[in-house]
Structures are given as structure tokens and as C-alpha cells.
Design a binder for this molecule. Sequence first.
Ligand SMILES: Cc1cc2nc3c(=O)[nH]c(=O)nc-3n(C[C@H](O)[C@H](O)[C@H](O)COP(=O)(O)O)c2cc1C
Length: 229
Amino acid sequence: MTRDLLSLKMFTFTLATALLGLLFTSCSFGNKKPSYKRIADHKIAPLFLQRESLYDLHRYLSQEELSNKILQLFEAARWAPSEYNKQPWKFIYGIHGTQHWNRLFDTVVPGNQKWVTNAGALIVVLSQNRNTDGSPLPSHSFDTGLAVAQLLLQATTLGLVAHPLGGFKHDNVRQEFNIPEEYTIEAMVAIGEKASQEHSNESFSKRDARQINRKPLSEIAFEGNLKSA
Ligand SMILES: Cc1cc2nc3c(=O)[nH]c(=O)nc-3n(C[C@H](O)[C@H](O)[C@H](O)COP(=O)(O)O)c2cc1C
């Protein structure tokens, strides 16, 4: 298994852990109605079910409005826990309509470009994989996954969609943005707004309406010993 694949697996695992573990007791959803198609087996804060990786997006906010909101997303990420408080995460972003956006968008694979084109911003998530003295930072991907989970949930509280994506050309990002090897390129996150009926795209909206489920707790949490499938 390559280092990149291992890193992606760890990053994904961290996101899943964080989304289950973070406890939000109150939040606002702007004027967007919550989706009821996700059903939890145990009582959890509604925010966890409210967050969705949606495809049917449309830009309503101005560049300036989104630029301001996006700072709130990074602020939420900033307060994530990390091993020894190392905070290995870094974010590069571009707002739609700017040259930074174009540079990021060009690295996205065509299948993802179809829906990402309607997003308002693209973020690349990096994590520092070693200390300045060259010693490794073993939990860098885990820590950065936690930060991204906070970013996703903060976006949800602001009525924004934050859709993570791994479908982009990592090497092109490294080259285009001159990213040194001590940073692992973990993922991208597209930030957007849910399209209203007027601006909705039928195939994206159908995709968003699909029932999304999760493995049951009996397959992921064990009192005592691990039971493999
Ligand atoms: C690391 C990572 C990479 C992902 N890559 C993509 C992607 O390239 N394209 C895409 O449409 N969704 C992508 N997703 C979104 C997942 O498909 C989505 O999270 C999953 O289907 C569960 O849906 P939910 O987020 O709405 O709960 C990715 C998510 C993560 C965490």
C-alpha cells in the first residue's frame, strides 16, 4: 500500500471518528430546513445529520460575503485538538472568480468538476508530516482530519455546504502551489450553497436525495475485543 493511500485512509478514518465524537448541543441552520432523510439509531445533536456532502449547488453569496464566512470555517478548524498541540494543518483556498480558484479548479478531476463548478470556494487541506528537525509527526493526518471535521460542521451551522473531495490531481496541486514534501496533500473541500428549486440541477438533486446510511454500531464499536466482519 502506498504512503499516499495509507495517508488517505487515515484521514478518512479521522473524519469519521471526529464526526461521531464532536458534541454540538446547539446550532443555527440559517433559513435552510433540516434534511430528515438521515436517521440516527441513537440520540445525537441534529448537526451531525444536517451535514451532507451535497452536489446540487448554486452561488448566491458575493465573493466578499463568502470570503468573510470562510474565515469562520478556518477559525473552527483552528480550535481542533492535536497531538502536543502541534496543529499540523494548513489550508490553501481560492474564491470562485479569482485566479486562485482557476488554479485549484484545474487540478480537480473532470467527474468532480461537473459539480464543483457551482461551488463558491475550493480549499486544499495539507498537513505537516514532520517536524522542522526532520522527525516524523505520526498523528498529522489524524489531527488534520479532526480540524477538517470541525470545518465541515461549522460550514453546516452557517447554512453552507462543505463537500470533501479526494478526486483531484495531487501531483498537480503540489507543483502548481509549490508545496514541499514535508506537507501531505490530504484532500480538498468544496464550499458552496445548496441550490434553490429555481436553480436546481435535476441529476445533482436526485443524487442528493439518495438515502445515505452508515454501518450499524454493532460493526464499528466493541466493548472489549475487536470483532472483524
Ligand atoms: C477524504 C474524502 C474524499 C472524498 N472524495 C470525494 C470525491 O472525490 N468526490 C465526491 O463527490 N465526494 C467525495 N467525498 C464525499 C464522500 O463521498 C461522502 O462523504 C460519503 O459518500 C458520505 O456522504 P456524506 O458526506 O453526505 O455523509 C469524499 C469524502 C472524503 C472524506
